[in-house]
Every structure is written in structure tokens, then in C-alpha cells.
Design a binder for this molecule. Structure first.
Ligand code: FES
Length: 102
């Protein structure tokens, strides 16, 4: 299992785990994190926006152009923002920290 730490807007920290290949969005939702994921991964909603910890961002493959374009429309987006529906868990991501804007 790949472990992920979710930090909520209110400061609550929870550690969840998902199988290799699972989408970060699905792992977050299974853990009860407030990510709507309205379009279910079609890159049409950005309600799955998360902010990856700066020290972990380089462990992720870079975003596609489509993902970057959608993130550009998110007012709260930061340099390490990603769409949780586009992130697949791999061993390289074990223990990463992700902030859920809420
Ligand atoms: Fe809609 Fe990720 S779930 S963009």
C-alpha cells in the first residue's frame, strides 16, 4: 500500500493508504476528504484540486498541458497544485503530504 497524508483546511491530518495505481482522488474520497470530483476525472471541473507539499512535488510526474490549463482556472491554485483525479499512486509517492483546500 502507498501511504498519503491529507492535511485539511482546519489543520486535521489523516494518513490514508491506497493500492499502487489507484487514483489519489479515490483514495481521498474513501478517506472522507472533502473533494467533490464532480466530473470523475474528465478534467472538466477542478473540484479535485489539491496542493502537494513543496518537498514532495518533484516525486510526481509533471502535469499534462490539459491539467495545467484547468489549474490555471482555479483561484486558490499554487505552484504545487494538482488535480487529484490525475495522480496515480506509485511507490515513489509513498508518504507524500497533500493539502486539501476544502
Ligand atoms: Fe474533475 Fe478532477 S474530478 S477535474
Amino acid at each position: 500500500m502507498i501511504r498519503v497524508r491529507f492535511v485539511r483546511a482546519d489543520g486535521t491530518v489523516r494518513e490514508a493508504a491506497g493500492c499502487e495505481g489507484a487514483r489519489l482522488l479515490d483514495v481521498a474520497q474513501a478517506d472522507g476528504q472533502p473533494l467533490e470530483g464532480t466530473c470523475n476525472g474528465d478534467m472538466a471541473c477542478a473540484t479535485c484540486h489539491v496542493v502537494v507539499a513543496a518537498e514532495d512535488i518533484d516525486r510526481l510526474p509533471p502535469p499534462s498541458e490539459e491539467e495545467e490549463d484547468l489549474l490555471d482556472l482555479v483561484p486558490a491554485a499554487t505552484r504545487t497544485s494538482r488535480l487529484a483525479c490525475q495522480i496515480r499512486l506509485t511507490a515513489a509517492l509513498d508518504g507524500m503530504t497533500v493539502r486539501v483546500p476544502g
